[in-house]
Ligand binder design. Structure first.
Ligand SMILES: Nc1nc2c(c(=O)[nH]1)N[C@H]1C(S)=C(S)[C@@H](COP(=O)(O)O)O[C@H]1N2
Ligand SMILES: [Mo]
Length: 244
């Protein structure tokens, strides 16, 4: 089933104009992906609980922005004005092949839509409908090396002069509800909610769901990255595994 989805994704991917990897590489990637998926499947499929999902009718009328509500650079302003035509998500680190995925490529992959509740550690919640490809699909395309342990999320914004970043383990990275969202409530992601891309980590507190996503980096240690605790807020004393 998954294999068939990936094949369909492959066709759509080429239709979207992938210039970075050739056709042969792509079919190699599909074969490899079965392997990379299996490596984590004993934890990721079936064994991990899903976060509750809600009905479209439960969606909050307004999904507030929190933390950074924009990226304060000329480059971001220009990107926003161009409809993020040149925005890419870079997939790098301990992968068999690095990827540079445009928004069109990400939208051409199989999509997941989920209505979930976002819980911020500051004591507010909101329900939203998020759409995007599963991070697992993207990681399968890149091919994760067997010694990889974490997936790092790189963001365009800074808070108090420091780059915002986050990280999850492989089980949460491959979790079916972990998606790279480009839409909220059926519309392109608003600026305040992380346009054009944000990750959704549905079983953990809001600060894990990194906005203004520019890169996904596969690593085997969190040491030496930022303050070494695995995320912007973690470096400031919050828990790395912020389960809800
Ligand atoms: N890049 C980035 N991602 C971020 C933040 C941020 O400041 N920068 N804030 C986090 C926090 S604390 C929360 S609660 C949510 C807020 O998401 P929202 O703005 O869509 O409500 O984003 C999280 N992701
Ligand atoms: Mo938050």
């Amino acid at each position: 089933m998954r294999r068939r989805n990936l094949l369909a994704a492959g066709a759509a991917f080429f239709a979207a104009g992938c210039s970075k990897i050739g056709k042969t590489d792509w079919f190699g990637a599909i074969v490899d992906s079965a392997t990379s998926w299996h490596k984590f499947s004993h934890r990721a499929i079936g064994s991990l609980p899903l976060a509750p999902e809600y009905d479209r009718a439960d969606v909050s009328p307004f999904f507030r922005g929190n933390g950074s509500q924009t990226v304060d650079t000329d480059a971001y302003r220009a990107a926003l004005e161009s409809g993020f035509a040149d925005w890419t998500l870079k997939v790098s680190g301990m992968v068999d092949r690095e990827l540079d995925l445009s928004l069109d490529m990400l939208k051409a992959l199989p999509q997941r839509t989920q209505v979930t509740r976002h819980d911020c550690v500051e004591g507010w919640s909101a329900i939203g409908e998020w759409t995007g490809p599963q991070l697992g699909t993207i990681l399968d395309m890149a091919g994760i090396r067997s010694d990889a342990r974490f997936v790092l999320f790189r963001c365009a914004d800074t808070l108090n002069g420091a780059e915002y970043y986050e990280s999850v383990d492989m089980a949460d990275a491959m979790h079916p509800q972990t998606i790279v969202a480009h839409a909220l409530n059926g519309e392109a992601l608003p600026e305040r909610n992380g346009a054009p891309l944000r990750v959704r980590i549905e079983r953990q507190l809001g600060y894990k769901s990194a906005k203004y996503l520019t890169g996904v980096e596969v690593v085997d240690t969190l040491e030496g990255i930022g303050g070494g605790e695995g995320g912007y807020w973690e470096d400031r004393g919050y828990q790395w595994y912020a389960g809800i």
